[in-house]
Design a protein around this ligand. Structure first.
Ligand SMILES: Nc1nc2c(ncn2[C@@H]2O[C@H](COP(=O)(O)OP(=O)(O)O)[C@@H](O)[C@H]2O)c(=O)[nH]1
Ligand SMILES: [Mg+2]
Length: 301
């Protein structure tokens, strides 16, 4: 499995080289050092507002303690302390709706998550509700066959909300632990598709009150700030509960993860590190911050 600390290398390259050189200046709140550090953080696609807060705090803290640990603490504070995400729920399956624009990595993510859930000894059910494109549901079916995962596959052109409904009912009947519903790539600028997504939400709730328990948007990490824009638009349309960041392996803009949490209140649950079934890991804020700043001992690459 790929290391996600390695996946942060491109982002880190922008940040860390500068940080080592800037530490003495930052410790004294030297304006030129602060300005350079600010620029590096913004280049990694952290929102200027959040970077502004950090710079202000560094300025106030100047001369008091170790500036590196101050930076680490500050970045870490973006993420609320909470218990790690767990798949287990009660009597009924946990229903996870997977949304996002075309090509972000939804289908791959659904398959990877199914694989991961199975490895944890639980029973996943994949649901191919991307009936919009001919290849949409077929792709998930191929994954399910390859990974030997239970699947409900909607026919091309079928009503996506009906497929989602049926999959939840099937999950209940088959005593699945988690139902992962892959939806069509919704362009957030196309209102009818957003309406359809709301309809999927409603029909899932009809099949099982309280569902979906999670509604996750899959974001392409190479888009950086534009991924935040997508998340914001989806969040206005449906009650998102979290994010899966795909393609972190190709991104130099991983800083947008701070913005998602801080400005949209959306926790990142998993990150994708490649195209293989195993290339997904739970998001760990502490490790992320260390990897981002190059503070970890095992990130060498
Ligand atoms: N490098 C890399 N590629 C990924 C990752 N996740 C998905 N992809 C690729 O991104 C492309 C689109 O993925 P797909 O799951 O079909 O996106 P969808 O349209 O949202 O369902 C495919 O070529 C995937 O192999 C990832 O974590 N890393
Ligand atoms: Mg797809």
């Amino acid at each position: 499995m790929k290391s996600w600390l390695n996946a942060l290398a491109r982002t880190r390259d922008k940040i860390v080289g500068g940080l080592a050189r800037l530490v003495p200046g930052l410790a004294k709140a030297d304006p030129a050092a602060l300005e350079e550090w600010e620029r590096a953080l913004i280049q990694a696609d952290i929102s200027p507002r959040l970077v502004g807060e950090w710079i202000e705090r560094l300025r106030r803290q100047a001369g008091r303690g170790d500036v590196r640990s101050e930076i680490e603490t500050m970045l870490q504070a973006t993420f609320p302390a909470e218990a790690p995400f767990t798949w287990r729920s009660g009597e009924t399956p946990r229903v996870v709706l997977i949304t996002g624009v075309n090509g972000s990595g939804k289908t791959t993510t659904a398959a990877k998550l199914g694989h991961l859930i199975k490895r944890e000894g639980l029973k996943p059910l994949l649901a191919a509700a991307d009936t919009f494109r001919a290849a949409g549901s077929h792709q998930l079916k191929l994954w399910a066959d390859r990974l030997d995962l239970d699947a409900v596959v909607g026919a091309h052109g079928a009503d996506s909300a009906a497929v989602a409904f049926d999959s939840v009912k099937a999950g209940i009947a088959r005593r699945s632990d988690v139902v992962l519903i892959d939806t069509a790539g919704r362009m957030h600028t196309k209102q009818p598709l957003m309406n359809e997504l709301q309809k999927v939400h409603r029909s899932v709730a009809k099949a099982l009150p309280g569902a979906p328990h999670e509604s996750w948007i899959v974001l392409d990490a190479t888009l950086g700030n534009n991924a935040v824009v997508q998340a914001r638009m989806f969040k206005e349309c449906v009650a998102l509960t979290g994010v899966v960041v795909a393609k972190l392996d190709g991104s130099s803009k991983a800083g947008f993860i701070f913005t998602l949490q801080k400005e949209l209140g959306l926790p990142v649950r998993f990150i994708g590190l490649g195209e293989g079934a195993d290339d997904i890991v739970p998001f760990n804020p502490g490790e992320f911050v260390k990897g981002f700043l190059g503070l970890s001992s095992n990130h060498a690459d």
